[in-house]
Unconditional design. Structure first.
Length: 94
């Protein structure tokens, strides 16, 4: 992981963007599987990309792949209104 150069000043890093990325796969008929709670006809996973004013970005996976479309979009939109423009607390997991 390579982080952009940071100046020596201690100015705050501000969150500039939160973006929800959904990736879906529709199962072929022979891949569909059933369980007591229903039928899986496909899988969706979600990633959240967060960017800051110093050029750093972070991406994390969210969700279990079942009801990602219905549940995550309104949650991320609501939280993004709180986070974008606020001070970031950068951490890296490599």
């Amino acid at each position: 992981m390579v982080l952009p150069e940071r100046s020596s000043d201690t100015s705050e890093v501000i969150v500039t963007e939160c973006e929800l990325l959904l990736i879906s796969y529709r199962y072929r008929p022979e891949e569909v599987w059933e369980w007591p709670g229903g039928v899986y006809r496909g899988w969706t996973t979600a990633f959240l990309r967060v960017a800051s004013d110093d050029g750093c970005e972070g991406i994390g996976e969210i969700g279990d792949g079942l009801n990602v479309h219905e549940t995550l979009r309104p949650i991320v939109e609501r939280l993004a209104r709180e986070v974008v423009g606020s001070r970031a607390r950068p951490r890296a997991i490599v």
